[in-house]
Write a protein that binds this ligand. Structure first.
Ligand SMILES: C[S@@+](CC[C@H](N)C(=O)[O-])C[C@H]1O[C@@H](n2cnc3c(N)ncnc32)[C@H](O)[C@@H]1O
Length: 388
């Protein structure tokens, strides 16, 4: 058995103040978002191939170049529906700010009339991350501002909300099957050490949604100790995002599984992972506040939370197919005609494009489009690649 990790003093103090144990979601919230000790809150985590973990936009400018026409399609529809009114591109969880900057540059260069009506709105609750985004976006060609979702709700905008790898950073609850009941998992302080323990049984009200996810009735293939995640943070987040947008679309791009795959009996420890320095681990308790903690989304839970908060699902697709529909193959082909003088650059762009569609990695990400108000034309990313 692996030895229990020691609690860092700040976490031991928090756990003592909370009576010795807290739900896993509370721990995850602290470890990620505490302004002093959290991995994002402190600004300690760095996104990118030379940071703690790479994301699609951090691999280079091609991801933004492929995504831009999709966002433009939606912004142009809104521009026609609301003549003369301002539009917003709202990026939630902008990380290092690379995607926001690249999209703003693409808009200003290729769609200047639309860019003239569009401002960039960045939603970043973690002060450490927001500070780096401000530096990165100092040269942004569009007006940009940082607001909280609550602030946005006070003066809602028309536009497009982009949530790229942000919902996987919302704190999840973990639940454990004990052979007869589902129990909420707790983080407990035990003689200065950290351990995960099952808490009280969930009770009928909390258990009710588990039927739709396939977790009830009990399945004999799930032995006692079988553990997974629930996503209580999704609905409040979507509610807040809906309040900030008077009309428009939202594109969620993230790790996600259908419920049958997420909660399959053979997935005995959920999807929770920790990342740091390009290393992955399934231990969420090591060095709290220094690792990214992330859990996949459950597609049915996300869509149900959307339905409950005024977001209608327009459609969804795997990233590999979405990017092919947006012209990735043509972009790859186009690299062959560029000067060999830039060979190193060409090779790294070629590698990045292939990584974006690799079905065993980033290509398996999901793109889910939601609408507030009329759904409009079929999104480009859902169309047949041969038509684009
Ligand atoms: C995994 S990083 C993704 C960064 C960037 N979107 C990318 O893909 O490269 C998660 C980002 O979401 C931010 N974040 C975490 N919780 C958030 C929330 N509730 N609302 C908005 N942003 C959040 C983090 O601080 C960080 O900037």
């Amino acid at each position: 058995m692996t030895p229990l990790p020691a609690a860092p003093p700040w976490l031991a103090q928090r756990l003592e103040q909370a009576g010795g144990a807290v739900p896993f979601a509370t721990y995850m919230e602290w470890a990620l978002h505490d302004p002093e000790h959290g991995a994002y809150g402190s600004g300690r985590l760095q996104v990118g191939p030379r940071g703690d973990f790479a994301t699609s936009p951090s691999l280079g400018p091609d991801f933004a170049a492929l995504l831009a026409p999709q966002l433009v399609q939606w912004l142009q529809e809104l521009a026609e529906q609301h003549p003369g009114q301002p539009l917003a591109l709202v990026e939630t969880g902008p990380g290092e700010g690379d995607l926001a900057l690249q999209l703003a540059e693409a808009l200003a260069e290729n769609w200047p009339a639309l860019a003239a009506r569009t401002s960039l709105v960045l939603v970043e609750p973690n002060p450490g991350m927001a500070a780096r985004q401000r530096q990165r976006l100092a040269v942004c060609p569009l007006p940009c501002r940082w607001v909280g979702l609550a602030e946005l709700a006070a003066a809602p905008v028309q536009g497009v909300v982009l949530a790229h790898e942000v919902l996987d950073a919302l704190a999840v609850e973990r639940i454990v099957w004990d052979g007869a009941h589902w129990r909420q998992q707790l983080l407990e302080l035990h003689q200065g050490l950290l351990r995960l323990v099952p808490g009280e049984p969930l009770g009928p009200q909390a258990e009710a949604p588990l039927t739709a996810l396939g977790l009830l009735p009990a399945n004999p293939q799930r032995p006692p100790g079988w553990t997974t995640e629930l996503h209580p943070g999704l609905q409040p987040w979507l509610q807040a995002a809906a309040a900030g947008l008077s009309a428009g679309r939202m594109l969620v791009i993230d790790y996600a599984h259908e419920a049958w795959r997420y909660y399959a009996p053979q997935r005995a420890n959920g999807t929770l992972m920790a990342y740091r320095g390009q290393q992955a681990s399934d231990d969420p308790l090591q060095d709290p506040g220094h690792w990214d903690l992330t859990a996949h989304l459950c597609i049915e839970s996300l869509v149900a939370a959307g339905d409950a908060t005024g977001w209608s699902l327009v459609g969804q697709r795997r990233q590999g197919e979405a990017l092919l529909a947006l012209g990735l193959a043509q972009r790859l082909h186009g690299l062959q005609h560029q000067s060999v003088g830039q060979l190193a650059d060409l090779l790294s762009r070629r590698e990045a494009l292939l990584r974006l569609v690799d079905p065993m990695a980033l290509g398996d990400f999901r793109w889910l489009a939601f609408s507030r108000g009329p759904a409009g034309a079929m999104p480009l990313f859902l169309q047949d690649p041969s038509l684009v």
